[in-house]
Design a protein around this ligand. Sequence first.
Ligand SMILES: [Fe+2]
Ligand SMILES: [Fe+2]
Length: 422
Amino acid sequence: MVVNALQDTLFEPVQIRVVNKTRGFVEDKFVDQFIAISIEALKQNSVPRFDIYLRVQDTFVLYCERGLEITHQHLSRLLENKIMDAYVLSTDIEAFRQYCEEHALEPSPEGDPLFFVDDGKYVPVTHTSLKAGTEVNFDIYCREKNRYNLVLPSGGDPGAITGADKILYIKSPDSEAYEDYLQKVLNAFQDKLTVEEKTALVYDNCKLVMRELLQNPRLTVKAAAATKLVDTIVEEISLDRAAMRGIIQIASHDYYTYTHSVNVCSFAIALARQMGINDLPSLKELGVGAMFHDLGKSQVDARLLRKKGNLTPEEFKAMKTHVMLGEELVEALPNIPPNAIYAISQHHERINGKGYPYGYSAERIHTFGRIVAICDCFDALTTTRSYQEARTPYAALQLMLGLEGCFDEKMLRELIKALGSL
Ligand SMILES: [Fe+2]
Ligand SMILES: [Fe+2]
């Protein structure tokens, strides 16, 4: 596996093996040369002018070669194995679009029906923060691959939702109703909440606040709310091993800049504690910096943030501006503790001096910059993207250890210990 460590960790090209049984060869391609399509786009007895691949762990296997008919057997085998996604090469995307047009695949009002695109219309919610015996005034959904299905209508009791491991969603316009709900549950149950419930409520509250702040980074009220939540994580959650384990377990595996911000903040506090940083003011400074580390992304073209695969050099240049833009935004906010800024300005610096925007090397990178660089990359690697399955924490840490000269190795080993001890 080859990773270009100089690229933003969010867009690193990952080389992957492609097995082409029909043509009898194996070749290496970059994972972002593939685009996921829904199998619903494939019509029986049609003859596509593009190859169709399936993903089997880290390998793409040619399933139906261009010019051959898609048979009933092809489709039923996919359904039997509950496979919902297939892949086409990005160079074939035009042929795929034409195929869709020819087969009159209905464009959906939700956008392009053929790709799963996170269009921000749904917000993930943590099951544990929905308390049984209460009433919700918003609809709750779960996602089955490319589709959102209603699991509890507004007015229902969340106790009726089965399958605690399900990732649940609400519609974006219901975010405020959900924020009110979280507040009501916190007030009504206070000391009666379990550690897991309290943790989930704080995590989801952070997510919503950060989501709003990323939409409008000048909302000082929301910045203050986020800072207060960081205080809660430091003062209450990070002191309690079970609570810290809880917040890391519920860390969303879907990638949104707002969930990423909360995850990086949680990992950073856990790592700092493991390193023996225990004074609350320092932990709060670090926590605030980690929470706001990508605030500058609010100023970057959203199409770049959502782009599948590698950025062009110009796009990458534009993406890199998020660091300095974030510094400016955070400096303009009131009551930001002074050292928090290092977590923002240095989270893309690398020990070998090959990071950005300043190109600082080891001795010039502040402890907070090093901590957040590690947690930022770790979260990016362990969450799911449109073109990348989430890696396990073990695989992510192995990969990071292999990137010599990028991260503070001692700290990286402390993160391994921190995650292992939780
Ligand atoms: Fe970043
Ligand atoms: Fe980040």
